[in-house]
Design a binder for this molecule. Structure first.
Ligand SMILES: Cc1cc2nc3c(=O)[nH]c(=O)nc-3n(C[C@H](O)[C@H](O)[C@H](O)COP(=O)(O)OP(=O)(O)OC[C@H]3O[C@@H](n4cnc5c(N)ncnc54)[C@H](O)[C@@H]3O)c2cc1C
Length: 452
């Protein structure tokens, strides 16, 4: 006999867990079906050999991410400021190494032009309709253009374009040729400004979680107890006028309503009966995940701090690693650098064998931080494209044409008894944990309204 529940939630990332929490708080009976053997999805806190928590997936929280901070507060999970004292380093394609000590360099190759370009992007972003990006004035033109063609057309300085390319890789984990200008503007508007996406203090990279970013997710799962089923992959969903039947790797479940909280990459693998509307299917098909890997490199101490360096690096041009941050624990009991590899850089680097990948990462750290960087006590990689359930990260990026062709009907409009969540369906902080949580709350509200 199939198991029965009032609401089935598919996926135990922050979106699914937040939906389940809100429904549970409202007295609804929920059952969360999660394919992996853990909750958290694209948030995954591991540990170094000495027990230091390291976030292989999402990690930072910003002060305007009220839903994420609200959840952390509710469950007593503490945050601490990202280490940002001292000079940041830029590594240029000609080998030049530049140091600067403020949030962004005031001068340097292409800087003036870069600042003008980001101000234009901010101004254009204010025109975006966050509830329905397809209804943005000029949506058709904006969604017909890639960030690459926009930069080529409007930014004459090549070094400024290199800065913008690294910004696109760092924030969207794609090359500028792969992202719709409308989606880029939507994302900027969704976060508040270009600066919000890029910077540390008071911005998206402001703080980290002492116990790791998975801690609030683990606490929600603990509260829900047996209502969270791990190792339970949903393979088929069939709905009729009365109920929804979900086929899973652990048997069938029948529910009155479903909150479906998977990224487009995973969603497209589930079969639906009756067939979903074209707009919905196409939205997923035309929203590929970005390409990203995170590498943690640990040392006995954060030795770069003694040399007046913050640990933050931006590397333009060819190196596999594009960006580095100090990811040491709050008490600095060990020194940890986190290195990000994105997009084209990832495709080349990920094809190397393990020893060559490690050598390339350490070589960059040596160039920037000196010989001490050559001998880490630990080196840990997480290549998100190889993750069985996420298939990439940080999030999905609709390719040009997707918003205007399928956005209005395919983005998050419920289909019968199925309600769509996931960070990709959020209006605010889309692509981030905060967006995932707000999408879960919105889907839960839809379910509560539908069930009276
Ligand atoms: C490397 C990296 C760095 C990031 N950095 C940050 C950051 O610093 N700050 C920030 O806010 N965000 C960051 N993000 C983005 C953030 O992780 C995501 O926005 C957020 O976690 C998405 O949550 P979600 O619930 O929408 O989706 P997911 O976390 O992807 O959850 C979906 C869940 O569904 C499960 N699932 C998949 N298929 C099935 C199936 N068929 N049946 C049942 N379950 C299934 C998955 O296992 C997963 O648990 C980062 C992401 C990555 C990958």
């Amino acid at each position: 006999m199939p198991e029965r529940t009032a609401v089935a939630v598919v996926g135990a990332g922050y979106a699914g867990l937040s939906a389940a929490l809100k429904l549970h708080d409202a007295g609804e009976e929920v059952l969360v079906l999660e394919a992996a053997d853990r909750v958290g999805g694209r948030i995954f806190t591991g540990a170094l050999a000495d027990g230091t928590p390291v976030d292989h997936g999402g990690q930072w929280a910003g002060p305007t991410q009220h839903r994420l901070l609200g959840l952390a507060e509710r469950f007593g999970v503490e945050t601490f400021p990202t280490y940002a004292d001292g000079a940041n380093v830029e590594l240029w394609h000609d080998g030049a190494v530049r140091h600067f000590t403020i949030a962004g360099p005031e001068d340097g190759p292409g800087m003036d032009e870069y600042i003008r370009a980001t101000a234009r992007i901010d101004a254009l972003a204010t025109t975006v309709d966050l509830e329905n990006p397809a209804a943005t004035p000029n949506a058709e033109d904006l969604d017909s253009e890639t960030a690459h063609s926009y930069f080529e057309r409007t930014v004459p300085d090549e070094d400024a374009r290199l800065r913008l390319a690294l910004a696109v890789q760092g924030v969207w984990t794609v090359e500028p040729r792969d992202i719709s200008m409308l989606h880029l503007l939507f994302y900027v508007a969704s976060a508040g400004s270009f600066e919000q996406l890029m910077e540390v203090e008071d911005c998206a990279q402001d703080s980290r979680f002492v116990a790791g970013a998975q801690a609030p997710a683990l606490r929600i799962a603990e509260l829900l107890g047996e209502r969270v089923r791990l190792g339970c992959e949903v393979t088929r969903i069939e709905q009729d006028g009365d109920a929804v039947t979900l086929e899973t790797s652990r048997g069938a479940v029948v529910a009155d309503r479903v909150v479906f909280a998977l990224p487009p990459s995973a969603a497209a693998k589930v079969r639906f009966s009756p067939r979903l509307p074209d707009a919905r299917v196409r939205w997923w098909a035309k929203s590929p995940m970005g390409d990203v890997a995170k590498i943690h490199v640990a040392y006995p101490t954060p030795f770069w701090r003694e040399r007046g360096l913050s640990g933050e690096v931006s590397a333009y041009g060819d190196p596999a690693v594009g960006v580095v941050f100090d990811n040491s624990p709050q008490d600095a009991s060990t020194g940890v650098l986190v290195c990000f590899v994105y997009a084209d850089r990832l495709r080349r680097w990920a094809a190397l064998d393990g020893a060559a990948r490690r050598a390339e990462v350490l070589d960059l750290l040596k160039r920037v931080f000196g010989e001490d960087a050559a001998e880490p006590v630990e080196y840990v990689e997480k290549i998100w494209n190889e993750d069985a359930f996420a298939g990439g990260g940080y999030a999905a990026n609709p390719v040009p044409g997707t918003w205007i062709e399928y956005g209005e009907r395919g983005w998050r409009e419920p289909v019968g008894r199925i309600h769509w969540a996931g960070t990709e369906t959020a209006s605010v902080w889309n692509g981030y944990m905060d967006g995932a949580i707000s999408s879960g709350y919105r889907a839960a509200d839809e379910v509560l309204a539908a069930r009276g």
